[in-house]
Write a protein that binds this ligand. Structure first.
Ligand code: ASP
Length: 340
């Protein structure tokens, strides 16, 4: 009898320990998952309805592009590249066409991509003529021996590929030009303050994905901060700050680049999960509540189980996500349940 009780005890312990190993995972694993963002900030709730609808439609349509790639068995790297490309091509967002203006009245673009299954990464900063920076970042990752190219060197690397080029003013839009002029009229203006109000900086784009092979990837692309100084580089192309992926989680950030960099935010989220076995939501909460300050940033993340987390400590973040186990959300403001 005692022996029987001992056997039952060990079997029960075995189940309990197995439960602990799988840690935070409570629901069925998703076969694929995708999340994307179009920037975080304090987007006014009285945004005209037609503008709001344009954003929601763009988020929905872009989500569908990525979902189709993943459903068809495409890789996470391919999904995040194509999602970000599509957002770069959309003038609503601060990436590719529609990028914000620098202090000199030009555009300097940054992007990065990371393959979590290999830890391979590609990043570019200070681009002036490359139509789709994320695609150049992928070419850096896949065809060069290096990870990060800047300015003139990045343009020269682009010359060695057949990537599409444009004149710098191709990235200009009237809306961003007006925002830049308004920004310059403000006394005591600084890029930092502007991003806090969210009025003219937001719109950076990013995507994270899990594919059917269990591989994770992340990509982010931006025009940076309105009125940024010559050569200013934000968090986006810094691997581990604005963009990161490994075999556990993929993260893309948006918000005040200086703050996101200071806390090496994306890698810190991954480390927090790795070392504390916390859930994806808990790791993002830690970063947003315990490290960054209110108004600083937003993150989208996908973990190896296909869980999706999209959180910010700003009032809003253009975001969308979906996975194979029925999670689907397209949203702008914090308690944006009507779009879930
Ligand atoms: N993080 C970007 C940067 O600092 C800007 C943004 O996300 O709005 O360049």
């Amino acid at each position: 009898m005692t022996r029987l009780l001992a056997v039952v005890f060990f079997i029960l312990m075995g189940f309990l320990l197995k439960g602990c190993e799988s840690g935070y995972q409570e629901q069925e694993d998703a076969e694929w998952a995708l999340a994307l963002h179009g920037g975080a900030g304090d987007i006014p709730e009285d945004l005209p309805e037609d503008v709001r609808d344009d954003y929601l439609e763009a988020l929905e349509a872009t989500l569908a592009i990525g979902e189709e790639i993943l459903i068809d068995g495409g890789s996470a790297v391919e999904a995040v590249e194509y999602v970000v490309r599509s957002l770069e091509d959309n003038p609503l967002f601060n990436a590719g066409r529609g990028s914000v203006f620098t202090r000199e009245g030009t555009h300097q673009l940054d992007a990065a991509i990371m393959d979590g299954s290999t830890l391979d990464a590609g990043a570019v900063t200070g681009l002036t003529t490359v139509k789709n920076p994320v695609t150049l970042a992928r070419l850096v990752m896949e065809t060069s021996d290096h990870i990060f190219f800047s300015g003139e060197g990045a343009e020269r690397f682009a010359d060695s590929t057949d990537i599409e080029r444009v004149e710098n003013d191709w990235f200009s839009t009237e809306r961003r030009h007006d925002q830049w002029l308004q920004f310059q009229q403000k006394e005591d203006s600084s890029t930092q303050q502007d991003n806090q109000t969210g009025q003219s900086g937001f719109g950076t784009v990013g995507a994270v994905a899990l594919d059917r092979n269990g591989h994770l990837a992340s990509a982010t692309s931006t025009g940076g901060m309105t009125n940024k100084m010559y050569g200013r580089i934000g968090d986006v192309p810094i691997i581990g700050s604005g963009t990161y992926a490994n075999s556990l989680v993929a993260i893309s950030a948006t918000g005040s680049g200086e703050e996101i960099m200071r806390h090496v935010s994306a890698r810190t989220i991954a480390s927090y999960m790795e070392f504390t076995e916390s859930s994806l939501d808990e790791a993002l909460d830690f970063m947003l509540d315990e490290r960054l300050e209110a108004g600083d940033a937003g993150f989208i993340a996908v973990d190896i189980h296909g869980n999706i987390s999209m959180k910010m400590n700003t009032e809003s973040m253009f975001r969308a996500g979906g996975n194979s186990v029925e999670f689907r959300q397209v949203a702008i403001w914090e308690d944006d349940e009507e779009n879930e």
